[in-house]
Design a protein around this ligand. Structure first.
Ligand SMILES: Nc1ncnc2c1ncn2[C@@H]1O[C@H](COP(=O)(O)OP(=O)(O)OP(=O)(O)O)[C@@H](O)[C@H]1O
Length: 482
């Protein structure tokens, strides 16, 4: 179907008259009207929208791929049709907002025709026609270097252009507020939760959902992350797996695309502590030291980590501990879907693998990135059913330094001393050091939050959902590259 009477509007105020055509299931074409000598437009196979402009200074063919479009939205009052368009300028570069605006002439009949056409295009930008989606958004003004509100404006502007998305915003005023709200949310009135903060608030949201009587249903609400904190491992892991850059618009774009993926969660037990849920990581030794000890340098933003890392490398304190995890023998009678065993009880019948040693690094992780610049477990997909244990035992300062320096690129996995083990559950029993001097640095960091330096057990529990996922095609690419 051709749409006639469309005028493409440019930022300088000029317009070009174009005809627009949706070629079903494949592409949309914008063609300059009265272009008599055009011998027919040849569309590349993956081209979804082509725009041919007569003006020399405009590109003659402009291609808007479906993968870069979030929809075509008609404003009946102004008779404007907006293509919400966020292309990448370079293949692996960040997305930029470059909407294409058409002014439609003609009466109500023409607008009706355009509206149906736009709905068709929007449907093709997503897996199915977009249905109304209500997001609950938590913005933490105290996270990272205090820029979360400004970052949210970028995402909000994008979501506002898509009439099927509505947002209820909560600017948090205290710690644990997101947890408390998530524990009370009506599951029926919320299609997704968006966190504009760091991983600490994502942890709070999953804990709020998991604490409910109807946790099984509540955890079906997908959770998305716009990086507003300092570490932002969750956002980075989602974006990297989807082939997106690490950025605010990129994260908002992926959320608006509306795809979801499963996430493994762990029930966490410790003596005399209320149950918790972990979505990201557990660390001890130098890593917990850096994560928690660097809190006092929060005013440095992301820089607090490298600065404190240097201090910890000069004064390393290994963790002496025992770790138990189920062997992957297929004959194992162990049923991990049953409730976790009490910590003061022996482990259920195994077989279990046991490791006792001095760990210079002990880091359990549920996804590929442990922070936006820490590629701890390259290729580790969310929802794979396993956590990875990254270990470095009895390492000298040299090896430890190489390990820490390799984390950004993931090259630490190439060190002979690095061990990356897969496990579906584990119990960790730390030994306290006799010296008082080290006790202040005997810490565990669970999803970036301090928990007592006591035995701790992580056991699979009903999983969560992530708002934002690779498209089927990109998922295939990721799987192929593993
Ligand atoms: N208005 C507020 N004032 C003070 N603290 C808040 C407020 N709102 C939320 N918080 C708390 O701020 C803490 C830090 O947030 P969060 O962990 O998300 O950011 P971050 O520490 O900067 O990032 P990351 O965890 O990725 O390093 C959370 O524990 C949260 O409960």
């Amino acid at each position: 179907m051709w749409l006639r009477g469309c005028h493409q509007m440019f930022p300088d105020g000029s317009t070009t008259t174009v005809d627009v055509q949706l070629i079903q299931g494949d592409s949309v074409q914008l063609k300059v009207s009265e272009w008599d000598d055009l011998p027919g437009t040849v569309l590349a196979e993956r081209s979804l929208l082509r725009c041919c402009c007569r003006r020399k200074r405009r590109p003659e063919v402009q291609e808007l791929k479906l993968a870069d479009l979030l929809g075509a939205v008609l404003d009946r009052e102004t008779a404007q049709l907006r293509f919400v368009h966020c292309p990448k300028k370079r293949k692996s570069g960040p997305r930029v907002r470059e909407d294409v605006l058409l002014r439609i002439t003609g009466g109500p009949e023409a607008l009706k025709e355009v509206e149906a056409w736009a709905r068709d295009v929007s449907g093709q930008c997503h897996a199915a026609s977009p249905t109304p989606r209500k997001f609950h958004v938590f913005i933490n003004p105290a996270s990272g270097n205090g820029q979360a509100e400004a970052k949210w404006q970028v995402a909000r502007e994008l979501f506002r252009s898509l009439p099927w998305i509505s947002c209820q915003e909560v600017l948090t005023t205290r710690a644990r507020e997101a947890r408390d709200v998530a524990a009370e949310l009506s599951c029926n009135s919320c299609d997704g939760i968006v966190v504009v903060s760091g991983d600490g608030m994502v942890h709070e949201v999953f804990n709020g959902l998991a604490s409910r009587q109807d946790a099984h249903d509540a955890l079906r609400i997908p959770v998305g992350h716009i990086p507003g904190g300092s570490g932002n491992a969750f956002a980075k892991s989602i974006l990297h797996a989807a082939g997106e850059s690490y950025g605010v618009l990129d994260a908002a774009f992926l959320i608006a695309k509306g795809r979801t993926q499963p996430l493994d969660l762990m029930a966490v037990s410790q003596p005399r502590q209320p149950p918790r849920t972990s979505f990201l990581s557990l660390s001890g030794a130098i890593v917990a030291d850096i994560d928690l000890g660097s809190e006092s340098l929060r005013f440095l933003g992301g820089l607090r980590f490298p600065v404190y890392t240097v201090y910890c490398l000069l004064n390393p304190r290994p963790l002496c501990a025992e770790i138990y995890w189920p062997a992957t023998a297929s004959t194992s009678p162990l049923d991990l879907s049953s409730s976790p065993p009490a910590l003061d009880q022996p482990l259920p019948e195994g077989p279990w693998v046991t490791l006792t040693d001095n760990f210079s690094v002990l880091w359990a992780i549920n996804m590929a990135w442990a922070a936006y610049d820490v590629h701890l477990s390259p290729g580790h997909a969310m929802g794979s059913g396993t956590w990875h244990l990254a270990l470095l035992r009895n390492a000298g300062r040299g090896t430890l330094t190489k390990f820490m320096l390799g984390l950004e690129t993931g090259s630490h996995v190439n060190l002979d001393q690095t061990e990356i083990l897969e496990c579906k559950a584990f119990r960790l029993v730390p030994a306290r050091s006799a010296s008082n001097a080290s006790s202040s640095r005997e810490r565990f960091s669970l999803d970036g939050e301090e928990v007592p330096f006591e035995p701790i057990q992580l056991w699979p529990c009903p999983g969560g959902q992530v708002l934002g996922a690779p498209s089927g095609e990109e998922l295939g690419g990721v799987m192929a590259s593993l």
